[in-house]
Design a protein around this ligand. Structure first.
Ligand code: EPZ
Length: 432
């Protein structure tokens, strides 16, 4: 296994280009099987989660043709199974999007019930509520969700929680239902809008995506399309916080600044400066960052997927900050790893109280999940000395070429097997 090894203390400078949005691509690739034509999807991130979902799509008989590592052609005309193996949902929860896609297209679907994950229990009751409202009967037996319907009829669905996954899943099933479906309290994230725009490009009739009421007029069938995924708001935000935390100056290209507004506002508030361009943002931080209070909220609030990166940046800021996680019950576990690097953080309920320290010191730390892993890298970039981040496979599920992009910004960082003493010595010699 390989780990990241980082020698901290250097400000990041230069330019980095952001890839396609993981959380848009997972919904869009699932929806792509709903046509019996070829769908071309471009600007895909080349990351673990995407590659696993493409394997799941191929396993049920869809034709998947990789044009290059960022583009794929999918044709769902030869799908011969409506059942998604447990192995896929175990690897990526978002395989559950195939439930909405298969139910919408074939009125039948079976997907393993996703378990919890490191950040929380992650129930899918709202997804099921939506499918049942459309007329499907949903059973959970032997760890499998079986959804089936004679026909799907449009309905008025009130989500109890503005769930991203439930909104996208129900939207897919409703596209091919008879009549009108209205989803109230729908999630408004950019990736929900991207999924809706993609479905409309296939001939669906969805209005209101990006607001909390989405109206879907069922159509008879969906057709082929060519579509490019939006830039990844969370990858962009991660580099924005890395630039600010290291007191650097970084131009982050291929972004939609509007999607980053909550992140930009917080960075400006703590003393970084963010310049917005048409499809780029520049983050500059000269001095020590200030403190703030932040609460994670559904879009357009501050994203839960940026919470660990924010906390990492605040560990060395001036004063005391409070970061409150409202979306997931177990998304502060990484705090203990930051404490091992000298951070002064106490978790009280679902809030982290962070007393800024002058500096962090490098240590061996372990990534408990995708975004916390990215946060530990940010802390390692700031810390004095060497940091080793273990479990990088979590990070690579959601970030393409993460260490290479950081190296491109001047980070002293490599991915090596730290059991390989020679490789470690070689890295340390090269950087000292
Ligand atoms: C999506 O997860 C993202 N994943 C998550 O990103 C992101 O953190 C989350 O949205 C919130 O923005 C993908 O898009 C693949 P939710 P999702 O349904 O859809 C509760 C990352 O780092 N809930 O909006 O699962 C749920 O427990 C990942 O890229 C129910 O109670 O999130 C949570 O508390 C991590 N019942 C809240 O709603 C349900 O049926 C929001 O979850 C569904 C959700």
């Amino acid at each position: 296994m390989e780990q990241y090894i980082i020698k901290g203390g250097k400000a990041l400078h230069g330019e980095v280009t952001i890839g396609g949005a993981k959380n848009a691509a997972l919904g869009i690739l699932s929806a792509a099987i709903m046509a019996d034509d070829t769908v071309t999807v471009e600007n895909l991130p080349d990351i673990g989660d995407i590659n696993v979902l493409l394997q799941a799509i191929e396993k049920i008989g869809a034709k998947v043709e990789r044009i290059d590592k960022h583009s794929v052609k999918i044709n769902g005309s030869n799908i011969n199974s409506m059942s998604i193996d447990y192995e896929f949902i175990r690897k990526i929860r978002a395989s559950y999007y195939l439930l909405g896609a298969l139910l919408g297209k074939y009125k039948k679907a079976q997907v393993a019930l996703p378990g919890g994950c490191n950040i929380g229990s992650r129930p899918i009751d709202q997804h099921i509520k939506g499918f049942e409202a459309l007329g499907a009967s949903v059973k959970i037996e032997h760890g499998m969700i079986q959804a089936e319907a004679e026909e799907l009829k449009g309905n008025h669905i009130y989500l109890d929680i503005a769930s991203v996954g439930a909104t996208i899943n129900i939207m897919m099933a409703a596209c091919l239902a008879d009549g009108i479906t209205i989803i109230e309290n729908s999630a408004k994230e950019p990736h929900v809008v991207d999924a809706a725009n993609f479905l409309n490009s296939m001939g669906a009739s969805i209005k209101g995506a990006g607001t909390d009421v989405i109206r879907i007029k069922g159509v008879k069938s969906l057709s082929g399309s060519e579509y490019a995924i939006i830039p990844d708001q969370i990858e962009a935000g991660t580099f924005m916080f890395a630039a600010a935390a290291t007191k650097g100056d970084v131009l982050i290209k291929n972004v939609i600044p509007k999607h980053l507004e909550a992140i930009t506002a917080k960075l400006n508030e703590i003393g970084a400066s963010v310049e917005e361009y048409d499809d780029a943002v520049r983050v500059i931080a000269a001095g020590r960052l200030g403190h703030t209070h932040v609460k994670t909220l559904p879009y357009p609030g501050f994203p839960t997927d940026m919470q660990p990166q924010m906390t990492a940046a605040l560990t060395t800021s001036e004063g005391t900050s409070i970061v409150t996680e409202t979306m997931f019950e177990n998304r502060l576990k990484y705090v203990d790893e930051l404490s091992r690097m000298g951070a002064d953080i106490k978790v009280e309920g679902n809030s982290a109280v962070i007393v800024g320290v002058k500096g962090l010191t490098g240590a061996i730390v372990s990534a408990p999940d995708l975004r916390a892993g990215a946060a530990l890298v940010i802390a390692g970039l700031v810390a004095e000395g060497f940091t080793v981040v273990e479990q990088v496979e979590y990070i690579e599920r959601g970030y393409e070429n993460f260490e290479r992009k950081m190296q491109g910004l001047g980070a002293t960082m490599a991915k090596i097997d730290i059991e390989d003493e020679k490789a470690v010595q070689k890295f340390k010699l090269k950087v000292s």
